[in-house]
Design a protein around this ligand. Structure first.
Ligand code: PMP
Length: 370
């Protein structure tokens, strides 16, 4: 596997800073799961996709886009940005589209962080922040989460008051599922100087819409970018479309300077637009996923398993067997889950289709035995 290679920059023309970076390790692919087990029928519950699938309108939109002559795609994603802006009540000049919100994280980090600049984050959280921060040689200030993985709000507010260049708020948080309350966001923002860019990662926002994040950010009044994605609730992870909403057109203009010009394919733009327009499909798949999460959680309660309070499309649970052993045993049951390095032995499992969740509930007890 390419990721396992460990070349040294000294022996190559590459930047020495990259020696301190470990490549992102994604959830196990279906191909690898097949090689490891000899099985062929897997439910991939390792990357928080929506296995219920995207809107049925997406397939027709994709076929139509493929049938067109394949000239370059719209480099500005104008139609999609207009549709997003209209529903959110935000000028499309304040919106940027990227191939997944992961790419948006990369743009923002490269646009904001010079070597030695501080980025404030709270582990455990999405590993991409740490990776991209190291790539630009930023200084990572980590204010770890509390024992229940809630944000340590007073500690984050105190660290934010020192004025890092970039402050990351991930809500609901990956991998722990915890969401930030409106009051928690307001408390942190109130302490944050208006020279800090606040980056709110809302990849799972469609599963937790307790308050209007954009209004809270607007009320604060400093510079911010909210990152969202079509990969999770919209069911389009394979199409790679994310988007960012910024406090001002100027911030987007800076991102436009360093993002690749034709960054989102025509097919992906068409797919995202079709998914965006089908609000009924979004609402029904979100509702089913949330009710299935409650069903899985009830089963975890019955098994006496410790798990966090998730506001997303996954559960984060503690396994007495250790995360690798639990993941391996479930793999042999046809379930790909995500072992994590979080202290205490935690596994992250996506809420799948009802039949996937049945398999999970049936297979978990044996997979958890120490
Ligand atoms: N942010 C968070 C918190 C995530 O969990 C993920 C996906 N695992 C992403 C961003 C990136 O997703 P994508 O690039 O598919 O939009």
């Amino acid at each position: 596997l390419v990721l396992d290679r460990k070349p040294k920059a000294a022996a190559t023309p590459m930047r020495a800073a990259l020696d301190g970076v470990v490549a992102y390790k994604a959830g196990m692919t279906l191909a690898e799961a097949g090689r490891r087990t000899g099985l062929s029928d897997f439910a991939k519950l390792a990357s928080n996709e929506n296995l219920l699938g995207a809107s049925p309108r997406v397939a027709a939109a994709v076929m139509a886009a493929v049938a067109e002559p394949q000239i370059y795609p719209d480099p500005y994603c104008e139609t999609l940005r207009a549709a997003i802006g209209q529903r959110l009540g935000v000028s499309s000049e304040r919106i940027v589209v990227s191939p997944g919100s992961e790419a948006l994280i990369d743009y923002v980090f490269r646009a904001v962080l010079a070597p030695g600049d501080e980025i404030l984050l709270s582990s455990p959280t999405f590993p991409a922040y740490d990776i991209f921060a190291r790539c630009v040689e930023a200084t990572i200030v980590d204010v770890p989460r509390l024992a229940n993985f809630d944000l340590d709000v007073p500690a984050v507010a105190a660290a934010a008051a020192k004025g890092p260049k970039l402050l990351i708020l991930c809500t609901p948080n990956n991998p722990t599922g915890n969401a930030l309350s409106k009051e928690a966001v307001e408390t942190v923002l109130a302490a944050t100087p208006k020279t800090t860019l606040v980056f709110v990662d809302e990849a799972y926002r469609e599963y937790f819409e307790a308050y209007d994040m954009l209004a809270v950010l607007e009320a604060w009044g400093g510079p911010w970018i909210a990152a969202r994605t079509f990969s999770k609730a919209y069911g389009l992870a394979g199409m790679r479309v994310g988007y960012g909403i910024a406090s001002s057109e100027d911030l987007i203009a800076y991102l436009d300077r360093l993002r690749p010009p034709f960054n989102v394919t025509a097919v992906s733009q068409a797919a995202a637009l079709a998914a965006w327009d089908d609000r009924e499909h979004l609402a029904s798949t979100v509702a089913l996923t949330l009710s299935e999460r409650v069903r899985v959680e009830a089963a975890l309660d019955e098994m006496g398993v410790e798990y966090t309070r998730s506001e997303a499309n996954f559960v984060f649970l503690r396994t007495p067997a250790g995360p690798e052993a639990t993941a391996m045993r479930l793999l042999h049951e046809g379930l790909i889950v995500r072992p994590t390095p979080v202290k205490g032995g935690w596994v992250r499992i996506t809420v799948g289709r009802p039949a996937d969740n049945d398999r999970l509930i049936a297979g978990l007890p044996a997979a958890l035995v120490p």
